[in-house]
Design a protein around this ligand. Structure first.
Ligand SMILES: Cc1ncc(COP(=O)(O)O)c(C=O)c1O
Length: 428
C-alpha cells in the first residue's frame, strides 16, 4: 500500500477537514467602502479615498510621499522616467525577478543589465552589480524577492561610489523592515505592486514612494498626463518644489491613474496588513526552524539586519542528492499532493530572465532603436548560473496564504517533507 499521496496514499493535510487560508481576505468593511464610492460618484482622479490612502501609506512606509498608480509595472517605468533615465542608459537588475522589472527598463529605451543573485537570498549579488557597472550605468533596481530583502547597505555603498540612483522593487515585500527602516524608504524611489497575488492588493494597482519633493512632483505629473500636482498635495516644506502649472517644468506623459474603488479597498487592506505581515513572519520563522532539521532542505537566509520579513512566496531550497536523486519537479508534485494545495500550489522560482518565456525583447519592433541597441538588449548575452540553478534544481515556492495559518499547519508542511523523504522508494 502506497503511503505517499502522489501514489494514492492519504495526504498529510486533509483539506476538506481543514482548508488552507484563502487569499485575498475581506469582509463587510471592504464592501461598505466600495458602496460609499459608488454612491459618491467620485470614481477616480485624486478622490478622497485615494488621497487618504497615499497619506496613510507614506506614514506606514516612513517616506515623504506615496502615490497610487495603475500597477507595479508602470510604477517602475514612471520611476525610471522621473529619474530621466532613457536611451543610452543602463540599469542593473537581478536576473531572477518577474519580467516587469526588466520590461520597464526596456520601455524607457534603456538597456536592462541582468546580474546574478546570491544563492542564499535570490536577491542581487552586490559583487556582480559592481562588476556590471559601466560609465553608462544610471541606476540599480534591487528586487526584494519572495521572502528576502536585498542587501541594501551594499547597494547604497555602490550607488554612492558610482553616483547611481536606487529604485527599490518592493512588489513582493510590503511591510518588510531592514535595519529599522521599511522597504520603499531605502532608495531614491520605491515601487510596489498591488496585483491580486500580492500581500497588499486591490486586484491591480501600484504605489510609488519617495522622500524627494522634486521626484514626487515629477512622479505625480507622470502618472497624470503631465499635469502638475495640486499644491495641496505637496507639504508646506515643499514650496516651490513643483509649482502648479509652471510651463518650463511640464513633462510628456499619459494616464497611469488608479480608480477610487481600488483606493477604497486598499484602505481596509492596509489596515489588515501589519498583523498579517507579523503573523506570516512568525510562522515562517517557525517553519524554517523545522525545515532546517531535514537533510537536503535549506531555508533561505535571514539577514541579521532584517527586523521584519514580509513574504510574497514562502521559498526554500532543495538538494536532490540528499533525496536519492529525486528531481525537484517531482518533489514539488509530491509535496503538493501531501498538502492538497491545488494547481500551482508548489512551484519553481521565476524563470531566469536570460531565457524567460515572458521576457522576449527581440520580438518587439519598437525596441529596434539601432542595431547596437538591439544587440545590447538581447538577454541571452547574460550568464546567470545561480539563477539557473535555483530555477532548474533547487527552488520550492508556495503562496503566502499558507503563512496565514498557525504553527500546527506549519508542522504539517514540515511533516509532509519528512514523509516524502522517508518514502522516496515509492517514487524513484
Ligand atoms: C518583482 C515584481 N516587480 C514588478 C511586478 C509588476 O507588478 P504588476 O503586476 O502590478 O504590474 C511584479 C508582479 O508580479 C513583480 O513580482
Amino acid at each position: 500500500m502506497a503511503r505517499l499521496a502522489i501514489r494514492g496514499g492519504k495526504p498529510v493535510r486533509e483539506v476538506k477537514k481543514r482548508p488552507w487560508p484563502v487569499w485575498p481576505v475581506f469582509n463587510q468593511r471592504e464592501e461598505k467602502q466600495l458602496l460609499q464610492v459608488v454612491r459618491s460618484r467620485v470614481w477616480s482622479y485624486n478622490g478622497p479615498k485615494e488621497q487618504e490612502f497615499n497619506r496613510r501609506f507614506k506614514a506606514f512606509v516612513g517616506a515623504g510621499y506615496a502615490l497610487l498608480v495603475a500597477n507595479g509595472t508602470i510604477s517602475l517605468q514612471l520611476a525610471l522616467e522621473a529619474l530621466d533615465i532613457g536611451f543610452g542608459d543602463e540599469v542593473i537588475l537581478p536576473g531572477l525577478t518577474w519580467q516587469a522589472t526588466a520590461g520597464a527598463v526596456l520601455d524607457v529605451n534603456a538597456v536592462p543589465i541582468l546580474v546574478d543573485v546570491d544563492p542564499n537570498t535570490w536577491c542581487l549579488d552586490p559583487e556582480e552589480v559592481e562588476k556590471a557597472i559601466t560609465p553608462r550605468t544610471r541606476a540599480i533596481i534591487p528586487v526584494h524577492l519572495y521572502g528576502c530583502i536585498a542587501d541594501m547597505d551594499a547597494v547604497h555603498r555602490l550607488a554612492r561610489k558610482h553616483k547611481l540612483f536606487v529604485i527599490e522593487d518592493c512588489a513582493h515585500q510590503h511591510g518588510s523592515i531592514w535595519n529599522g527602516k521599511q522597504v520603499g524608504s531605502l532608495g531614491d524611489i520605491g515601487s510596489f505592486s498591488l496585483q491580486l497575488s500580492k500581500v497588499l492588493t486591490a486586484g491591480e494597482g501600484g504605489i510609488l514612494t519617495t522622500s524627494d519633493a522634486n521626484l514626487f512632483t515629477r512622479l505625480d505629473a507622470l502618472r497624470n498626463c503631465g499635469r502638475r500636482p495640486a499644491p495641496k498635495l505637496l507639504g508646506k516644506a515643499d514650496k516651490g518644489a513643483g509649482q502648479y502649472g509652471v510651463e518650463g517644468d511640464l513633462i510628456q506623459s499619459g494616464n497611469y491613474r488608479i480608480t477610487e474603488f481600488q483606493a477604497a479597498v486598499l484602505l481596509e487592506q492596509l489596515r489588515r496588513l501589519p498583523a498579517q505581515v507579523r503573523l506570516r513572519d512568525r510562522n515562517a520563522i517557525y517553519l524554517n526552524a523545522r525545515l532546517a532539521q531535514i537533510p537536503g532542505i535549506y531555508p533561505m537566509k535571514r539577514d541579521s539586519r532584517t527586523d521584519l520579513q514580509s513574504y510574497f512566496n514562502f521559498a526554500f531550497r532543495y538538494d536532490a542528492r540528499k533525496f536519492k536523486g529525486l528531481p525537484v519537479a517531482r518533489f514539488r508534485e509530491a509535496l503538493n499532493a501531501e498538502l492538497c494545495l491545488g494547481a500551482g500550489g508548489v512551484e519553481a522560482c521565476y524563470q531566469p530572465l536570460n531565457d524567460c518565456s515572458l521576457y522576449r525583447p527581440l520580438t518587439k519592433k519598437r525596441y529596434r532603436l539601432s542595431e547596437k541597441h538591439w544587440r545590447r538588449i538581447n538577454p541571452a548575452r547574460f550568464q546567470l548560473p545561480e539563477c539557473e540553478q535555483a530555477y532548474r534544481e533547487t527552488s520550492v515556492c508556495m503562496h503566502h496564504r499558507i503563512l496565514l495559518a498557525n504553527h500546527q499547519d506549519m508542522d504539517q508542511i514540515a511533516d509532509a517533507v519528512e514523509k516524502i523523504r522517508e518514502n522516496l522508494d515509492e517514487i524513484i
